[in-house]
Write a protein that binds this ligand. Structure first.
Ligand SMILES: Cc1cc2nc3c(=O)[nH]c(=O)nc-3n(C[C@H](O)[C@H](O)[C@H](O)COP(=O)(O)OP(=O)(O)OC[C@H]3O[C@@H](n4cnc5c(N)ncnc54)[C@H](O)[C@@H]3O)c2cc1C
Length: 529
């Protein structure tokens, strides 16, 4: 069963190794666990809805509570403190496009706003009701999880859009295929959610971001249905798929999506490489991208994240040996870890590895073989469970991200981390900040920043501290002309910064679009634009 106020399944845990806790406490002091709200008490406080019964709609108090919030840090604070704010009036469970159409009519009739709900893994407030919101119908897409067609000749699969990562990959695997879209939230997030937020998977360097994988589909909007034909490419005017990608539930419900699939790879291996410092690591991954070496993933950690990753691995002996070895080899006090992947046929993977290794060596990279890569692979979807463990110990964790041209990467990364640090230290509070380059391109990369803080005594104080750090980091991103999000989307949290990126005319274009698809403004109002 899924946790109602944390990450993932109740039966799965990510124990914090003793040495990792000591590592964190040496930087943040001891955490003070916060008292936890009780689900039964909250359920008993939910008022009964006076909407009429409907076969596809649940009015259950617990159901409604479970659809009220996503996975951002403000969401965690709300869920753990029990201060949830407004919750949906009802939760709908469609199974077909026709169901979705009927439910949109129902919502229109009873003047409900509609919030499409995929896996509820949003980290920027996409699925939350705003204060003072009209009553909301949460449209839970989990029942729309079928494989509708598989075209093996064209390597295309069409799914209902509510299918989650593991279900989708299992269905494809039975036929020898994969989509290869692996966001860290893979266990819970859905195809429709990936499209609606322009998501990026960990191996997007090889498989492509969701916008490369999304070949066409179907949207049910209040103004009517929209078919997006499946063609490999088109010069027939602006691409309507691009309007649906990143639409964050504002235009309608994505009910079906055709995606570009590949044969299961013969090889899918990951390797660890250490660099003497962050800048040689950056140069190495930039050259790999610009020389278009076909690796499948490049994830370069800064010195702080490298130290954190090693501490969290729980392999104390191995870490000790690694530290000694790195010092002996003159790799300095602040080595940076790169985990890179090769994926595909044996010969292609071997060739990619040879090419990548030559560049890595040129930049002082020290190969360590597959051990670190195997540890990373094993925990790639488990790491989100660490959020539960840390919270229980009295620590909160949050992430933010951007993407910019290579020229601006080092300075922006440094300034974002400094801004978070200063915002927290100015209030006399500690923070542990670290970063990695998670997705690289020929012209730039994404910077992914993680920060861990002790919980404050009061939930509002934790929120206030979070807001100060988030604002400071976002202003740095805007000042450096980075995108306010490379992969998490806009939701509520990034909305104040969107106009700087889109310009007033661009914002007007988005509003006009919403008017066409959703004249009454019932689709997820207040999110994105
Ligand atoms: C631990 C963790 C790790 C993460 N890692 C990554 C990562 O590696 N890469 C990444 O890109 N993101 C990541 N995310 C963010 C999040 O998982 C993505 O934004 C994901 O795409 C959301 O999918 P979802 O199905 O959970 O959508 P939800 O959170 O349910 O919804 C997100 C938005 O999409 C809309 N929506 C959902 N389904 C539909 C639909 N069928 N039709 C129309 N609109 C719809 C919702 O209304 C909402 O606006 C992570 C989140 C967490 C908590």
């Amino acid at each position: 069963m899924r946790r109602w106020n944390g990450w993932g399944d109740l039966s799965t845990h990510y124990p914090l190794p003793v040495s990792a806790l000591a590592f964190l406490e040496s930087r943040l002091g001891s955490g003070k666990p916060a008292p936890d709200a009780d689900l039964a008490t909250l359920v008993s406080q939910v008022s009964v809805s006076d909407l009429p019964a409907h076969p596809l709609i649940s009015y259950g108090a617990e159901d409604r509570l479970r659809h009220a919030r996503g996975q951002s840090l403000p969401d965690w604070v709300a869920l753990h403190s029990g201060q949830l704010g407004p919750i949906p009036e009802a939760v709908a469970y469609p199974k077909t496009d026709e169901d979705v159409r009927q439910l949109l009519e129902f919502a229109d009739h009873y003047q409900l706003i509609v919030i499409p709900y995929g896996g509820g893994t949003s980290v920027v407030g996409h699925i939350n009701l705003l204060p003072g919101s009209p009553p909301a119908l949460s449209m839970d897409m989990s029942g729309m999880n079928r494989l509708l067609s598989l075209d093996e000749t064209s390597h295309l699969a069409c799914f209902q859009a509510g299918i989650c990562g593991p279900e989708l990959e299992k269905l494809l695997e039975q036929h020898g295929y994969t989509l290869g879209h692996y966001p860290q939230s893979f266990e819970l997030s859905t195809l429709g959610g990936w499209i609606a937020t322009r998501s990026s998977g960990q191996q997007s360097y090889h498989y492509g971001r969701i916008e490369n994988l999304f070949a066409g589909g179907h949207l049910e909007s209040p103004a009517g249905p929209l078919d997006l034909p499946v063609v490999p490419a088109s010069a027939a005017g602006p691409d309507l798929k691009q309007l649906v990608l990143g639409s964050e539930g504002r235009l309608g419900i994505i009910t079906q999506a055709s995606v570009r699939i590949r044969s299961l790879p013969e090889v899918d291996a990951f390797y660890g490489v250490f660099f003497p410092d962050w800048s040689s690591g950056i140069d190495a991954v930039r050259h790999i991208a610009q020389e278009q070496v076909p690796v499948s993933m490049l994830r370069l950690s800064d010195p702080q994240e490298t130290a954190t990753t090693l501490a969290l691995s729980g392999k104390d002996r191995l870490v000790h040996l690694a530290h000694e070895g790195l010092k002996f080899l003159g790799l300095g006090e602040e080595p940076c870890l790169l985990v890179y992947g090769v994926t595909g046929s044996q010969p292609a993977a071997q060739a990619a590895r040879r090419q990548a290794n030559a560049i890595l060596r040129r930049h002082g990279g020290l190969q360590t073989g597959q051990t670190i890569g195997k540890i990373w692979r094993k925990s790639r979807f488990l790491t989100p469970y660490l959020r539960n463990t840390l919270w229980e110990r009295g620590f909160a964790i949050d992430t933010l991200e951007t993407a910019l041209p290579w020229r601006n990467i080092p300075e922006t990364a440094r300034e974002i981390k400094a801004a978070i640090q200063q915002a927290q230290n100015a209030a006399g509070r500690p923070v542990w900040v670290f970063a990695h380059l998670s997705h690289v391109y020929t012209d730039g990369a994404s910077i992914y920043v993680t920060y861990v803080v002790p919980l404050e005594d009061e939930p509002d104080a934790t929120l206030e501290r979070w807001q100060a750090m988030k604002t400071a980091a976002s202003l740095v991103i805007v000042r450096h002309h980075g995108t306010i999000s490379h992969q998490h989307g806009v939701g509520i949290d990034h909305r104040p910064y969107l106009a700087a990126e889109k310009t007033p005319l661009g914002m007007g274009t988005l509003s006009a679009l919403a008017q066409v698809y959703d004249p009454a403004g019932m689709m997820n109002p207040g999110k994105c634009f």
